[in-house]
Design a protein around this ligand. Structure first.
Ligand code: HEC
Ligand code: HEC
Length: 245
């Protein structure tokens, strides 16, 4: 009985997913929040951890001049990989696998350590990317609203839900940012004595946010370096399972 029920449910879900899978740029804009730690988009976008994604559709892979890509992505671009809704959606599932298949080279590697598992999210974000070009009207960066709150108000407004803390995308993005900046002073790579060894188990997420956002004594403030969302992702990494400074 259970078996036939779940088979029925599976067929039903398959059928409805097929019918309702029209790409949705609006939903894709929300998905793009997972990308903003590393990518900017819009007329004034700059390269960050990842290259700018303005006008990415129609662009050859690995072709932004002043961005330092991995070898494999450059090779794929030279072999003819051009970003389209289809190639983007496939790449985002697992960038390394995608490059290995495309280049027919099991040693190929992506330097984008991020995967978007849900197919619906991939299709939607690919649809969103087609809508953002370098002209002012189309472009609108998420989270660029001018901050009107005081430092203390921003800190007080932070809520860290279980869902947010356990989202692997936040962990991955926070990890990238941690190794980009924080290890100058913290962790095994840092010069000994520059900063205390962190004891994440002792901290509440709100405390970690406050220290990063506002700084404390010789710990610099990062509120004009990182967006609030990025700092929240660093908090997820510092508090996460597998934090390895
Ligand atoms: C943790 C950081 C990080 C996150 C999060 C991330 N990316 Fe990337 N992305 C990169 C890096 C680094 C590269 C360069 C990859 C390479 O050189 O192999 C890249 C490359 C790309 C490229 C190829 C661009 C080009 O010029 O060829 C696309 C497209 C892309 N990312 C889309 C996305 C989208 C869409 C998301 C969110 C769903 C996302 N990325 C999330 C870091 C990230
Ligand atoms: C320029 C060196 C430097 C960098 C870079 C730096 N920190 Fe710190 N950090 C410190 C110092 C010094 C302290 C100790 C401040 C004090 O309590 O006197 C500290 C304290 C902290 C604390 C509080 C520790 C405690 O037990 O009270 C946290 C959390 C923290 N840093 C996280 C980070 C994160 C995350 C980053 C990257 C965004 C970062 N730090 C980058 C120097 C640095």
């Amino acid at each position: 009985m259970m078996k036939s029920m779940s088979l029925f449910a599976a067929i039903f879900m398959f059928a409805t997913a097929g019918a309702g899978s029209a790409q949705d740029a609006e939903a894709g804009k929300a998905v793009f929040k997972k990308c903003v730690a590393c990518h900017q988009i819009g007329p004034d976008a700059k390269n960050k951890v990842g290259p700018v994604l303005t006008d990415v559709v129609g662009r050859a892979a690995g072709s932004i001049q002043d961005f330092k890509y991995g070898k494999s992505l450059i090779a794929a671009g030279e072999k003819g990989l051009v970003w389209s809704e289809e190639t983007l959606a496939a790449y985002l599932e697992n960038p390394t696998n995608y490059l290995q298949t495309y280049l027919d080279d099991p040693k190929a590697r992506s330097s984008m350590s991020f995967k978007l598992k849900k197919e619906e999210d991939r299709l939607n974000v690919a649809a969103y990317l087609t809508t953002v070009g370098s002209d002012e009207t189309a472009a609108e960066e998420p989270d660029t609203a001018v901050e009107t709150r005081t430092v203390e108000e921003v800190i007080a407004d932070q809520v860290f839900t279980e869902e947010f803390m356990s989202d692997p995308a936040n962990f991955a993005a926070g990890k990238e940012l941690w190794f980009a900046q924080c290890t100058h002073c913290h962790g095994f790579k840092a010069y000994p004595g520059k900063a205390p060894k962190l004891k994440p188990a002792k901290y509440k997420p709100e405390f970690v946010f406050k220290r990063i956002y506002k700084g404390f004594k010789k710990m610099p403030a990062w509120n004009d370096v990182y967006t609030i969302d990025e700092i929240r992702q660093i908090v997820v990494y510092v508090k996460g399972q597998g934090f390895a400074p």
